[in-house]
Design a protein around this ligand. Structure first.
Ligand code: CAO
Length: 439
């Protein structure tokens, strides 16, 4: 049988490229277009395919060698099918030109952004399509990429390729490994919710950006909100309360309160009404024990309120609301809000809450779905009151009334839907009749 020398084909403008991997052994029987070695320029790595089928007799390069067009790679003995030749270099070059221009213009995968470090090669190496798209029917990856995946124990079937034709490249494997390592771990056989990693997008590709660090409060509250959101199955019950009389009463009392140095706010009345409802429906004043076996019922009534500060959201707690009158509650609210905005809240000011009120009424909006402040089991959202035409059964006419929208989110593991509706109905009745509230 005749032997033949295999040379590095035309590699475009590159003077030389490095051999980074030898994919053949002496005695190997190789087919047309099988990858023989991987070379790397400063822009990309590529596999050099076999120009014929045959048996490898000698290997003339080693890892680390620099090679260029015409360098001798190997000597091989031609076999029967050796007459078939690899694709013509001009065809290969055209295909690669098309592919590399696409790499620079558009991501080919809708889910994975191509990592910013991937650079298209300026002049493509003349390699065959089969070197770009592996013979493996499931995952497309070059032998060197497969080896990299094997070393890390990565199953390529789980990796999304970001190169043309969904070919998997080294960066895809690195991104996959990073996302797997970042997944929340739990010792409960994965029954906890483990979201997939957020794609790492280079936004500067779409326009100018600036990066600002998150405040410490935002980082802590963000982690807590996320945990609460995925842990407690939330249901939000909406209702409206007629606070026309309550507002008239509050305004009539405001001057007297101011004399005592207190701002009599709607929130103070809301706290009183909530504690009345908590007393009537004690399941709302409970927490699930950490082992999930018991409900811990509380005999004290501390109510937290979400407070917006320049650094983010904090939740100070008004203690013993049951035993305090409206002015005492208003006083505590004022003191705690000031402390929050001056960053003077102590840890104990934010501990021991049983239930939380989040009032956005002073800002606006008709309804929202607040996130429960776990391990509490419910939170009341208060939106902006507005004058609405309400039908009066006795006079048989519509009358303008001040209506306050309420949104109660509760943990459905603890609170049934019927109790949710009973709680807001109770609240609505308390807020609509100021005498009931103050008794
Ligand atoms: N409807 C209409 N107007 C309302 C209202 C409501 N539900 N609640 C308050 N207002 C009005 C008040 O009448 C007051 O107006 P005047 O200045 O004309 O008297 C103004 O809004 C401010 O009200 P306030 O001083 O009583 O403050 P507040 O009780 O509404 O709010 C506090 C206090 C600490 C809750 C609030 O400053 C705050 O931080 N709210 C944001 C809470 C938040 O971010 N929640 C989201 C949590 S989830 O991300």
């Amino acid at each position: 049988m005749a032997t033949e020398e295999i040379l590095i084909p035309d590699i475009g403008d590159f003077d030389s490229v490095d051999v980074i991997e030898i994919l053949i052994n002496i005695g190997d029987s190789i087919n047309l277009d099988d990858p023989m070695l991987t070379v790397e320029s400063d822009k990309a790595s590529m596999d050099i395919p076999a120009p014929h089928s045959g048996i490898i007799k000698e290997i003339k390069v080693k890892v680390g060698d620099k090679v260029k067009q015409g360098s001798l790679i190997a000597v091989f003995e031609k076999t029967q099918n050796s007459n078939k030749t690899s694709k013509k270099e001009s065809t290969i070059k055209k295909e690669l030109d098309d592919i590399t221009s696409k790499v620079s213009l558009e991501p080919t995968s809708p889910v994975a952004e191509p990592p910013a470090t991937i650079q298209p090669i300026k002049k493509p190496l003349p390699v065959s399509e089969s070197a770009l798209v592996t013979t493996d029917k499931i995952s497309h990856a070059s032998p060197s990429v497969r080896k990299f995946a094997r070393n890390l124990g990565v199953n390529l079937n789980f990796v999304i390729g970001s190169a043309p034709k969904n070919r998997i490249i080294i960066e895809d494997i690195e991104a996959y490994v990073k996302s797997e390592l970042n997944k929340p771990r739990s010792d409960d056989m994965g029954t906890h919710f483990a979201p997939i990693a957020m794609p790492d997008i280079d936004f500067t590709k779409f326009g100018s950006t600036e990066t600002k660090p998150l405040s410490k409060i935002k980082k802590i509250s963000g982690a807590n909100l996320h945990r609460n959101w995925v842990t407690a199955p939330h249901v939000t019950q909406f209702d409206d309360a007629d606070i026309t009389d309550l507002e008239a009463f509050r305004k009539s009392m405001q001057k007297e309160a101011e004399k005592k140095g207190v701002k009599l706010t709607l929130l103070a009345f809301m706290m009183k009404a909530c504690v009345n409802a908590l007393k009537s429906y004690p399941v709302f004043n409970s927490s699930i024990s950490p082992d999930g076996e018991n409900l811990i019922m509380k005999n004290y009534y501390n109510v937290g309120f979400a407070c917006d500060t320049p650094d983010g959201l904090v939740v100070p707690v008004v203690r013993d609301v049951l035993t305090k009158d409206i002015l005492d509650i208003a006083q505590d609210l004022g003191d705690l809000s000031n402390k929050a905005r001056e960053r003077k809240l102590k840890v104990e000011d934010m501990q021991g809450g049983c239930f939380t009120i989040s009032s956005l009424g002073g800002i606006g909006g008709t309804k929202f779905t607040p996130i429960i402040n776990c391990p509490e089991v419910a939170i009341l959202g208060v939106s902006k009151s507005s004058i609405q035409p309400i039908y009066n059964k006795e006079s048989k006419e519509f009358k303008p009334r001040l209506i306050l929208p309420l949104s109660l989110s509760y943990d459905h593991r603890v609170v049934d839907g019927a109790d949710g509706a009973r709680f807001t109905t109770h609240l609505r009745s308390m807020l609509s009749d100021v005498r009931k509230l103050l008794l």
